[in-house]
Design a protein around this ligand. Structure first.
Ligand SMILES: Cc1cc2nc3c(=O)[nH]c(=O)nc-3n(C[C@H](O)[C@H](O)[C@H](O)COP(=O)(O)O)c2cc1C
Length: 202
C-alpha cells in the first residue's frame, strides 16, 4: 500500500506552534508517512508585525517553509492543523485559509480524511480546548474523521490535553513532554489513516 500522506498546516506568529508542527511532522515521518509541513500565509499588516520583534524574527526565520495551498488538502489522507489561541478561537490567518476551501468542500474532496488539531495559548486556562473544538466545527462540516489523542498513551497523562497537543507559551518554549505529545498525536493520526486506507482498498 502507498504510504499515508499527511499535511501539517499551521499558523504561528512567534514560533510556539511552529515548534509543535515540526514535532508533529517528525512523528508522522517516523511512522512512515509522506509529510508536507506547510505554513498558511501571513495576513497581518507589516507595521503590526514589525512592532513585535519576535513576530518579525519568526516570519523571517520561516520564510523557507512552503506556504499552504488547498492542493495540500486535496493531496492528503490526513491533516493536522495547528494554531495559536486568539481569544479562545483560531487565528484569523488559519481561518482565512480554511475559508478558501469552499470549492474543495463542494466537490466532496475534504470528506473522509482524518483530521486532528493542536494549539498554544499564553495562559493555562486561556482557551486551548475551545480553540481545538472550534477547529472541530470545521471538521464536522467537512465530513472528516476526527482523531483526538485522548488518554491513549502515557505521554497524555503528563500533558493532560485529550483534545490535542497544547502548550502554554507563557511558560517558555515547548519542552520535551509536549513535543513528544505532538509526535504521538501525529503517529496516532498516521496509524488511523493507514487503517482506513487499507480498509478502503480491501
Ligand atoms: C490577538 C491575540 C489574542 C490572544 N488571545 C489569547 C487568549 O485568548 N488566551 C491566551 O492564553 N493567549 C492568547 N493570546 C496569546 C497567544 O495565544 C500566544 O502568544 C500564542 O499561543 C503563541 O503561539 P505562537 O508562538 O505560535 O504565535 C493571544 C494573542 C493575540 C495576539
Amino acid at each position: 500500500m502507498e504510504p499515508v500522506k499527511v499535511a501539517i498546516i499551521y499558523y504561528s506568529a512567534t514560533g510556539t506552534v511552529h515548534a509543535l508542527a515540526r514535532a508533529a511532522a517528525d512523528g508522522a515521518e517516523k511512522s512512515g508517512a509522506r509529510v508536507r509541513l506547510r505554513r498558511v500565509a501571513e495576513l497581518a499588516p507589516p507595521e503590526a508585525i514589525e512592532a513585535r520583534p519576535e513576530w518579525a524574527r519568526h516570519l523571517r526565520d520561516t520564510a523557507d517553509v512552503t506556504e499552504a495551498s488547498t492542493g495540500d488538502l486535496a493531496w492528503a489522507d490526513a491533516v493536522l492543523f495547528g494554531t495559536p489561541t486568539r481569544f479562545g478561537n483560531l487565528a484569523s490567518q488559519l481561518k482565512a485559509f480554511i475559508d478558501s476551501t469552499g470549492p474543495l468542500w463542494y466537490q466532496g474532496q475534504l470528506a473522509d480524511k482524518v483530521y486532528s488539531a493542536f494549539t498554544a495559548s499564553n495562559t493555562a486556562h486561556g482557551g486551548q480546548e475551545s480553540t481545538i473544538l472550534a477547529l472541530g466545527n470545521v471538521f464536522y462540516h467537512w465530513g472528516g474523521v476526527i482523531v483526538p489523542p485522548g488518554y491513549t498513551d502515557p505521554v497524555q497523562f503528563q500533558t493532560g490535553n485529550p483534545y490535542g497537543t497544547s502548550h502554554v507559551a507563557g511558560d517558555g518554549p515547548p519542552g520535551d513532554v509536549v513535543l513528544e505529545a505532538a509526535r504521538y498525536q501525529a503517529r496516532r493520526v498516521v496509524d488511523t489513516a493507514a487503517a482506513l486506507k487499507a480498509g478502503r482498498a480491501a
